[in-house]
Design a protein around this ligand. Structure first.
Ligand SMILES: [Mg+2]
Length: 422
């Protein structure tokens, strides 16, 4: 079962402005260019209480509340905050699909072993956004994008709403048809005209009727209404990457040490990719010298991979000549890092028959992952690393034991936080 989060910042532009203008807190205010034909970009909940909404003409908003404070937008600032928020998301899963500057889907199916239940991840994300940025976000947790999105909407503002898969139906059915994706005013009135007021009504309607009313979209709406939404969370591949690194207590001084450490890092990185069901095609290596200068080298693999052996090979081929040439002058290496980008789901387009050798390595690594997951990171060391006489440093693996074992979140329904609306 998939575990999907929809995270949506509350009144994002306005909330960012309030960080710099705390005097406006608690007041009816909005973000918009102060021009004749401009529209509301973001409104405080106090303004919303007076009927003001995003995308409403500013003139109309002023008519609803003559005292409303208008703040000029600063998109540069919002982009900065947006990048920080997205970075928080990316620290839990590489499968982040931003759908606007302040909203994203996260597939955390592969993250639960590391970070705890989806609900725990959702709470953690909300806490970090509050503590690190002073902003609030609402989160919906469900097993599909659609239900997660509806759940976050239901929890706004500053809420968290968890819909277990077997409660999705019960959650969706009483909601108005306008909560369905793609239902605007026109579609809504057509559905209501045929006696369909709630999502449950649409779910029960004969598919032929929906198709007759709304064409192909009608059939899709019926599926959504029944909670069927197989669409995957699709990360923007070019921007996303996964990396693993290690800072050494004592600087490395030989190519052989670099080899051993890269092997270890590649195995941690590969295990992470496999746990999350993704593979990547771009590999980069970063070397930080003792004097804190960095060198970075990257290459593209012929095919996406999640095999630690392939990651190691690519990384070592990049690092070896650099280390061999510069180590004597640079006196030591304090950090090594491997990064993988151009990510894709591992099961998409893998042609195993062509890559017999790599596939063999992958299945061996898969078996090791299973052991590692049961007994912790430190239970397995790669033979090559052992040979390097590295076992002292390896014994206390940083990301091993104490990892939360979790199943699906089993917290209360509906949601941890009140699903009240403004
Ligand atoms: Mg928002």
């Amino acid at each position: 079962m998939r575990q999907i989060l929809h995270v949506d910042m509350d009144a994002f532009f306005l909330s960012v402005e309030l960080l710099e203008r705390p005097d406006l807190t608690g007041r009816s205010c909005l973000v918009a260019f102060d021009g004749g034909r401009s529209v509301v970009l973001s409104a405080s909940y106090e303004a919303r209480a007076k009927g003001i909404r995003s995308a409403m003409p500013l003139a109309r908003a002023r008519a609803l509340d003559p005292g409303v404070v208008v703040v000029e937008p600063r998109h540069e600032l919002y982009r900065e905050y947006s990048a920080r928020v997205m970075e928080v998301f990316s620290s839990y899963t590489p499968l982040v699909e931003p759908i606007s500057v302040d909203e994203a889907f996260l597939d955390v199916t592969g993250s639960v072993r590391i970070f705890g239940s989806p609900l725990a991840i959702a709470r953690d994300i909300r806490r970090r956004i509050r503590e690190e940025m002073g902003l609030t976000a609402s989160v919906g947790v469900a097993s599909s994008k659609f239900v997660a999105k509806v759940a976050s909407t239901q929890s706004k503002p500053d809420g968290l709403f968890f819909v277990p898969e077997d409660r999705a139906d019960e959650f969706l059915r009483p909601l108005p048809v306008s909560a369905l994706w793609g239902v605007g005013e026109k579609t809504r009135s057509r559905l209501v005209g045929h006696g369909m007021e709630t999502i449950g009504d649409v779910a029960d309607a004969p598919p032929a009727l929906l198709r007759r009313l709304l064409g192909e979209n009608g059939a899709k709406l019926g599926e959504l209404a029944r909670g069927h939404d197989p669409r995957p969370v699709e990360p923007r591949r070019q921007e996303k990457s996964v990396s693993a690194d290690r800072t050494f207590a004592e600087d490395l001084t030989t190519v052989e040490e670099v080899r051993a450490e890269l092997l270890d890092i590649a195995h941690r990185l590969g295990a992470r990719l496999r746990r999350q069901g993704i593979s990547g095609q771009g590999v980069s290596v970063k070397i930080r010298w003792a004097d804190f200068t960095d060198v970075q080298r990257s290459r593209q693999l012929e095919h996406p991979t999640d095999a630690s052996s392939a990651l190691f090979e690519a990384a070592f081929r990049l690092a070896e000549p650099v280390a061999a040439e510069q180590l004597p002058a640079k006196s030591g290496i304090r950090l090594l890092s491997i990064r993988v980008d151009r990510l894709a789901r591992a099961d998409a387009g893998q042609q195993f028959d062509v890559f017999d050798v790599e596939e063999q390595a992958r299945s061996a690594e898969g078996a090791m992952d299973a052991v590692r997951d049961r007994f912790g990171e430190s239970s397995i060391r790669v033979a090559g690393v052992m040979r390097a006489g590295d076992d002292e440093r390896s014994s206390g693996s940083r990301d091993g034991r104490g990892r939360a074992e979790t199943g699906a979140g089993r917290a209360g329904y509906p949601g941890q936080t009140r699903p009240d609306r403004p």
